[in-house]
Design a protein around this ligand. Structure first.
Ligand code: ADP
Ligand code: ASP
Ligand code: MG
Length: 403
């Protein structure tokens, strides 16, 4: 078999842990498999590099940010390849450029356009273990790009797709995908299987165990993905196509996301074209808006609120200052201490009363809902960040997800 193994930041967080990863890779190799390893930066390293830049300015150039943060993965690929070689397992480290991971030029969240993979194939033919830097690619202009936070998952899936690997194993610090973040809900339950569609929603709604774009890519190219622990043996969680059994479960998971910021434009003139102007401008800056609400207008003025990822807040505020002036709105308000809690399940399609139960559960805990959004298989509520854990635990209990 050809197996792609991806190891996250905690798994390679120290030299001791890198040695542990090398032993796991060696063991897979001894079982007769071909193996490609993809690694993240050491835990905390990407954050550390970002904060160094932020000591200089709140809005560093994104091209330079990509070059800066991509250095984290260079360190771990080299260290892991050195370790494997020292154990007598020939290995070679490759950067995103060397692997031919070509992306668009949207720095800090580039999309993969194609994966060449020539040098990886060549190494495999020679019996050498390729160790590939996650999170990074190269634009057509030959600039280093990165694939968004958690992007090493996407690198692994994309490499697996390009090589037509039999399996893409994502090794991390938990032993699978749970009904809620196991670090928040102690009695959360590991799922043996989860559908691509549910996993995509969960990942998009804050379950950072897998990057949402990695799930999307895996579904699109039919990559077999498993989530496993680096530290304990186990079956993990397999991403699969949906089946009838899954439909019987109304809610499969509860997620939370503290990574959004709510922006409100107060006193917006209520006339056609205004929303298009606001959100068109944001979209032009490649910022992804999540929730949007517009209040009932009073005296032809209304308030529009929306959420954007924390990482884009400075950029958004800058843009919105201009737009607010242009459209003649009164002021701009930024609220950072919010969280989005969501419930996800394909069974919601065929069950009613789910939203009502979610709202009454939050109400019973005295938690106010600021924004709501729904889709076929999820319901999300924005709440005050200080109630996040309370909300997640209450919902987990209410929908009977405990083990
Ligand atoms: P890595 O560095 O290996 O990529 P991450 O920190 O990105 O690891 O993702 C693993 C973390 O995801 C876990 O430590 C856990 O706290 C968090 N997590 C959030 N939601 C879930 C969930 N539903 N199931 C499992 N883990 C989750
Ligand atoms: N090192 C990157 C990050 O912290 C990519 C990853 O870990 O997947 O976001
Ligand atoms: Mg991750």
């Amino acid at each position: 078999m050809l197996i792609v193994q991806k190891y996250g930041g905690t798994s390679v967080g120290s030299i001791e842990r890198i040695k542990n990863v090398a032993r796991k890779v060696a063991k897979t190799r001894d079982q007769g498999h071909d193996i490609v390893v993809v690694v993240s930066a050491m835990s905390g390293e990407t954050d550390r590099l970002i904060s160094l830049a932020h000591e200089i300015t709140t809005s560093p150039a994104e091209r330079e940010m990509d070059l800066l943060v991509s250095s984290g993965e260079r360190v771990t690929i080299a260290l892991l390849a050195i370790t494997l070689n020292s154990l007598g397992y020939p290995a070679k480290a490759f950067t995103g450029r060397q692997v031919g991971i070509v992306t668009d030029s949207i720095h800090t969240k580039a999309r993969i356009e194609r994966v060449g993979g020539e040098r990886v194939r060549e190494a495999l033919r020679q019996g050498i273990i390729p160790v590939v830097a996650g999170f990074q690619g190269i634009s057509e202009e030959s600039d280093v790009t990165t694939l968004g936070r958690g992007g090493s998952d996407l690198s692994a899936v994309a490499v697996a797709a390009a090589l037509k690997a039999d399996m893409c194993d994502i090794y991390t610090d938990v032993d699978g995908v749970y009904t809620a973040d196991p670090n928040v809900v102690v009695n959360a339950r590991r799922l043996d299987r989860v559908s691509y569609e549910e996993m995509l929603e969960m990942a998009s709604l804050g379950a950072k165990v897998l990057q949402n774009r990695a799930v999307e890519y895996a579904a699109k190219y039919g990559v077999k993905v498993r989530v496993l622990s680096t530290f304990v043996e186990g079956e993990g969680t397999l991403l699969t196509e949906e089946d009838e059994d899954m439909e019987k479960v109304v809610v499969s998971g509860v997620t939370h996301d503290r990574n959004q910021v709510k922006i409100t434009i107060i006193g917006v003139p209520d006339r056609p074209g205004i929303a298009a102007k606001i959100f068109g401008t944001i979209a032009d800056a490649s910022i992804v808006v999540d929730m949007i609400i517009q209040n009932v207008s009073q005296e032809s003025l209304t308030d529009i609120s929306f959420t954007v990822p924390h990482a884009d807040v400075n950029k958004t505020v800058e843009i919105m200052r201009g737009v607010t002036k242009d459209i003649g709105a009164k002021e701009l308000e930024v609220k950072e201490d919010i969280a989005k809690v969501s419930i996800v399940g394909v069974g919601m399609r065929s069950h009613s009363g789910v939203a009502a139960k979610m709202f009454s559960t939050l109400a019973a805990e005295g938690i106010n809902i600021m924004m709501i959004s729904t889709s076929e298989i999820k319901i999300s509520c924005v709440i005050d960040a200080k109630y996040t854990e309370l909300a997640v635990r209450a919902l987990h209990r209410a929908f009977e997800l405990e083990s």
